[in-house]
Design a protein around this ligand. Structure first.
Ligand SMILES: Cc1ncc(COP(=O)(O)O)c(C=O)c1O
Length: 412
């Protein structure tokens, strides 16, 4: 029986829309760096009746009855998270990456305290001090940029700002930075000024879990992440910390920033962590990295400029200026051909955030669909045909993208 025909109020309208989204995802190729395709097991856990259960509190200390199963689910998610990342303490209740950051901040910061994070136009995130985010409203942010010539973080500049501003928290983490972060250097900078250090691994969490890039766990005081990007779990957040901060952190998440936990999502997180603990996830992580490297090289070969000249993670930042198109125009062209990407600011971008001179590409989702280096090389060629040829290439490129999508189905 299909879900729309069950229950007292059959709802064709919503389920027709969900069917349309199924079709869109199946027929398009997603290269949005913050997206991935989770497994049917993760989706099943999210669609379970755990969504009905209230469980305010933590395992063994709930404000509701009937939490015996809830406790086991949350304990399982916590123990898998700790094993996966080698962490002392895990909070799996954060509803999102933004909530995870709020939880970490509130555990050691008071309103008015200073925060040092990466600027949005340099590749940082809204929750690292943007004026209209809680992080910029509650705290006093200073934001470091990147060297516009190299596209790289200038750690000397971060150190200079830290010494000048003496923040309570130093944040390292990115939404659009294609290189690895020097966790030890950031720790040293934080130590120099007596600050706490938060590593936000929202983007590379899966690569860190797979052990294919360096981890900040054990170096940073707090490690926050989203579970839905390279980690390939449900939409949600998570925070790891040293045992000494465990109690403060848990009470900053609940009741500090949230109410009842999403048990269905916590169950799905446990499933995703279980998947990431399998040997196959390391192979996946290696392939994500290799695919990004190949994609960047192939685009360079087609005359695109690549920010920092390449990539060390799943992200490829394309500078479109040599092609004479804005990010907005390129995004729209790609979308019509079934290639889903997003416009992004590049270092020193003269254009506004809604226009941009760049595109951000990511290889987590196509790698989940089983695409390898050959596929990446072909995608680079198709992207070039679209951006160089525009309308005249639309039909042929669109048809090929549909073929590639059909040959690489979503996880079943
Ligand atoms: C570095 C970083 N931190 C936090 C977040 C916030 O995650 P969410 O959208 O789940 O709030 C993101 C999302 O893209 C991110 O890239």
């Amino acid at each position: 029986m299909s879900p729309e025909s069950t229950g007292p109020y059959p709802d064709r309208q919503v389920f027709d829309l969900i069917a349309q989204e199924d079709q869109r995802q199946a027929e398009c190729l997603t290269l949005i760096a913050s997206e991935n395709h989770c497994s049917p097991a993760v989706r099943a856990a999210m669609g379970s009746l755990l969504t009905d259960k209230y469980a305010e509190g933590y395992p063994g200390r709930r404000y509701y009855g009937g939490c015996e199963v809830a406790d086991q689910i949350e304990d399982l998610a916590i123990s898998r998270a700790k094993e996966l990342f080698g962490a002392e303490h895990a909070n799996v209740q954060a509803h999102s990456g933004t909530q995870a950051n709020l939880g970490a901040y509130l555990s050691v910061m008071a309103p008015g305290d200073r925060l040092l994070g990466m600027a949005l136009n340099a590749g940082g995130h809204l929750s690292h001090g943007f004026s209209r985010s809680h992080s910029g409203i509650l705290f006093e942010p200073t934001r470091y940029g990147i060297d516009e010539g190299t596209g790289l973080i200038d750690y000397d500049e971060v150190e200079r700002l830290a010494k000048e501003r003496r923040p309570r928290m130093v944040v390292a983490g990115f939404s659009s930075y294609p290189r690895l972060l020097d966790w030890k250097r950031m720790r040293a900078i934080a130590d120099e000024v007596g600050a706490f250090f938060l590593a936000d691994i929202a983007h590379p969490a899966g690569l860190i879990a797979a052990g294919v890039i360096d981890s900040p766990v054990g170096i940073a005081d707090f490690v926050t992440m989203t579970t839905h990007k390279t980690l390939r779990g449900p939409r949600g957040g998570m925070i790891l910390c040293k045992e000494e901060f465990a109690k403060k952190l848990d009470s900053s998440v609940f009741p500090g920033g949230q109410g009842g936990p999403f048990l269905h999502v916590i169950a799905a997180k446990a499933v995703a962590f279980g998947e990431a603990l399998q040997p196959g996830f390391k192979v996946y992580g290696q392939q994500v990295l290799e695919n990004a490297r190949v994609l960047a090289e192939a685009l360079l070969g087609h005359g695109f400029e690549i920010v920092t000249g390449g990539t060390d993670n799943h992200l490829v930042m394309v500078d479109l200026r040599p092609k004479g198109l804005s990010g907005k125009q390129a995004e729209a062209l790609c979308l019509r051909a079934g290639l889903v990407v997003n416009k992004n600011l590049i270092p020193g971008d003269p254009k506004k955030a809604m226009e941009t001179s760049g595109l951000r590409l990511g290889t987590a989702a196509p790698t989940t669909r089983g695409m390898g280096p050959e596929g990446m090389t072909e995608i680079a060629g198709l992207l070039d045909r679209l951006i160089t040829g525009g309308e005249s290439e639309m039909a042929v490129v669109g048809a090929r993208i549909r073929e590639l999508a059909a040959a690489h189905p979503l996880p079943q």
